[in-house]
Write a protein that binds this ligand. Structure first.
Ligand code: ZN
Length: 338
């Protein structure tokens, strides 16, 4: 089987690896029709997160169940399934509370930029789609595995409700999905913060009503001006840098919430400013598993099309070019066809 292996900064290779096999009775093997690179993979690709040894990469997946372990009950070979980047049992107290990404037995998925993958705790992790999807639905279903579920969680954490003014910091795939999520939740006004023409176009297609190109203090000032000096009711932070977190915090009205889903890197927040801002912060790794049934229905009924974030398609052989294109921001998100 062919799989992408990250060897070190800037060094991704497609290699021949042993095909995955059932190791635990709760496992399933899923054959992958389309894989992708996550913005968070770039932290390792850029050398910011160290890679001590070569590691099979990728954590977003969907596909056809090929084989199941002896204890698997809820999925069977031939079904099309989607799972989250954290495998979860879906039975522990944290799962039952809806926070499957904090499952007591969670397993971070890896090795999904490949022809097939082993999924632990298949009964808890995988959600079956209503049938085998038409080919054109696959990118949108794959997007649910991470970016759309994460954008959805950002909107939930920010408390987006009908009629609200929402600002979205970050125009990567998650930020764009955050725009789509805010629109689905009935936001009245959605301010997408983006300076990239193609990404702005997609943000508008996903439901943004306003675009702010400025960043930092200028971006904050523009949101203030657009909201009569009040600030946005809800802000989705989809980057994970100090600059983006502060921009989100300072763009939110007193009493509002920031939903932060960009994995923080080197962020420290001024506690005193946070205290006096009256802004709440909620976020973390999205419990995508909780949202999958609802999001699958929305995609299946063609009411949302998050697969539009894939603006480049490459054969899996060209995975290295896929990483380069995303690293250089030539692509929002790359679809890799095994
Ligand atoms: Zn659990």
């Amino acid at each position: 089987m062919r799989a992408a292996v990250l060897h070190g900064p800037g060094d991704v290779r497609l290699e021949e690896r042993p095909a995955p096999r059932i190791l635990e009775p709760g496992d399933a093997i899923v054959r992958i029709p389309a894989a992708t690179v996550c913005g968070s993979d770039l932290w390792s690709y850029r050398g910011i997160n160290p890679v001590p040894e070569p590691v099979p990469f990728g954590h977003e997946y969907c596909g056809i169940v090929e084989e199941t372990g002896s204890e698997v009950r809820s999925v069977r070979p031939g079904q099309f399934v989607i799972g989250s980047f954290f495998a979860s049992d879906n039975t522990c107290p944290h799962c039952r509370a809806g926070f499957q990404s904090s499952c007591q037995h969670r397993v971070l998925m890896g090795g999904c930029q490949a022809e097939a993958v082993r999924v632990p705790m298949a009964d808890g992790t995988l959600v079956v789609t209503p049938g085998v999807p038409a080919g054109d639905l696959v990118p949108s279903l794959l997007a649910l595995s991470d970016v759309m579920g994460t954008g959805w969680f950002a909107a939930e954490c920010a408390g987006v409700r009908p009629g609200m003014t929402v600002a979205v910091v970050g125009d990567g795939a998650v930020g764009l999905c955050g725009v789509l999520a805010a629109a689905q939740r009935g936001a009245g006004r959605i301010i997408a913060m983006s300076r990239h023409p193609e990404r702005r176009k997609l943000a508008l297609e996903f439901g943004a009503t306003d675009i702010v190109a400025a960043r930092g203090a200028d971006g904050v000032a523009q949101v203030a001006e657009m909201t009569g000096g009040i600030g946005a009711d809800a802000v989705l932070e989809c980057v994970g840098t100090s600059e983006s977190m502060l921009q989100a915090l300072r763009s939110t009205r007193p009493g509002g919430f920031v939903g932060y889903v960009g994995v923080p890197h080197g962020v420290s927040l001024p506690a005193e400013e946070l205290f006096f801002s009256h802004v709440g912060l909620r976020g973390g790794p999205a419990p995508v598993r909780r949202f999958l049934p609802e999001l699958i229905d929305l995609v299946w009924d063609r009411r949302i099309d998050p697969g539009k974030v894939f603006d480049m398609t490459l054969p899996l052989d060209q995975v290295a070019e896929g990483y380069r294109a995303m690293d250089e921001r030539r692509a929002v998100k790359v679809l890799l066809r095994p």
